[in-house]
Design a protein around this ligand. Structure first.
Ligand code: NAD
Ligand code: DAU
Length: 340
């Protein structure tokens, strides 16, 4: 079995590769990654020399390159993680989000059609459903919640989802889609809330919280997401969407306070800054379908996962220090320098 994993030098893709190589030691894993600012080859260091692993630096929008790789590898399964993934960056500059997230998805699926595939899996997001109001805790996203996006990022992901379903209906491509809530864990890029808070707190720097910090996200430990995708690509029904989430809703401000407590840092580091434009209020997944059809349930409780994650950042400075001392500094200055 050969699986092409795109975006495998990023946060979730790399964790997925580690999971798959452990869970299915007889599989061949081919990772395609463009190595954008968010891709980091050092993350894959531990598997680079494994004979069942191949890394190819490639843009998923590069039709010729993708075609050549499919001809060489003849994959059984493609799992597409490759994306521009940061909402704030999409608000600054939407173009590359449309290119990678939509055109890249179509390019991969065209190669799947040409060479044949057992399964094309699209890694999507709960953000395609838009947001839920804070005063209706009884409401959750189900797979039939209408798509209703807020940011250029989520719109590009929703566009890709629609294309995936269209390729299934029109060409009979055997597809599945997973729509997961917010992940956290090792190798999470420092621009995102949890790693940014840990890293800033360690340096006694201000901890920027957008608006009043009341926005709610439904956090899932990354390994649980990887296990869900593993189940879907093997046992999920073709043409179906599966929501993935852990019933673990937390307000941003409470997450930031928890990290301060875990690191023994004062809450006075918390700094309320201008809100994100179009900021989604609440995400909450109803995971009934994946639970009842595939038996999936999250295994890591947030209380344990966040401690493990903080510990990982403490123990792996050599992974994130080069990132935050490089071009990330310019990004940080641009995004947070004047954010009053
Ligand atoms: P990430 O930003 O950490 O990693 C993205 C990876 O894709 C990087 O390695 C990058 O180099 C690569 N990439 C970007 N453009 C590419 C291109 N044109 N060709 C090839 N590779 C390219 O993202 P992540 O947080 O790991 O998210 C992975 C996927 O999961 C995304 O599709 C995202 O929409 C989805 N998702 C993320 C979350 C989350 O909480 N992070 C939750 C649900 C769904
Ligand atoms: O829900 C799934 C989505 O989760 C994925 O599709 C995205 O790829 C992923 O980036 C994530 O999106 P969010 O926008 O929810 O994640 P982020 O870490 O950027 O922000 C989490 C919350 O914290 C959000 O309400 C904005 C807020 N925030 C974020 C940053 C970076 C802050 O208050 N301060 C910050 O500095």
């Amino acid at each position: 079995m050969t699986i092409i994993v795109t975006g495998g030098a990023g946060f979730i893709g790399s964790n997925f590769i580690f999971h798959m190589m452990k869970a299915h030691p007889d599989y061949r894993i081919v990772c395609i990654d463009k190595l954008t600012y968010a891709g980091n080859l050092s993350t894959l260091e531990s598997v680079m020399d494994d004979p069942d692993f191949r890394f190819v630096r490639l843009d998923i929008c590069d039709r010729e390159g993708v075609d050549k790789l499919f001809a060489e590898e003849k994959p059984d399964i493609v799992v597409n993680f490759a994306a521009e993934s940061h909402v704030d960056r999409s608000i600054e500059d939407p173009g590359v989000f449309l290119q990678t997230n939509i055109i890249g998805t179509a390019t991969l699926m065209d190669a799947c059609r040409k060479y044949g595939i057992k399964r094309y899996h699209q890694v999507s997001t709960d953000e395609v459903y838009g947001d839920l109001p804070l005063d209706r805790p009884d409401l959750f996203f189900t797979e039939s919640t209408p798509l209703h996006t807020s940011s250029p990022y989520s719109s590009s992901k929703a566009g890709a989802d629609l294309l995936v379903l269209a390729y299934h209906r029109t060409y009979g491509l055997p597809v599945t889609i997973s729509r997961c809530s917010n992940n956290y864990g090792p190798y999470h890029f420092p621009e995102k809330l949890i790693p940014l808070t840990i890293i800033n707190a360690l340096a006694d720097k201000p901890l920027p919280v957008y608006g009043k910090g009341e926005n709610v996200r439904d956090w899932l430990y990354v390994e649980d997401h990887c296990k869900a995708i593993d189940l879907i690509i093997h046992n999920g029904r073709v043409g179906e969407v599966y929501n993935v989430g852990g019933h673990n809703e937390m307000r941003n401000i409470d997450i930031v306070k928890l990290i301060c407590k875990e690191l023994g840092k004062p809450e006075s580091l918390i700094t309320f800054v201008a809100d994100r434009k179009g900021h989604d209020m609440r995400y909450a997944i109803d995971p009934t379908k994946i639970h009842s059809e595939l038996g999936w349930l999250p295994e890591t409780k947030f209380a344990d996962g966040i401690v493990k994650t903080v510990r990982w950042y403490l123990d792996n400075r050599s992974w994130w220090e080069p990132i935050v001392s490089g071009e990330y500094r310019d990004y940080y200055e641009k995004m947070y320098g004047n954010r009053k």
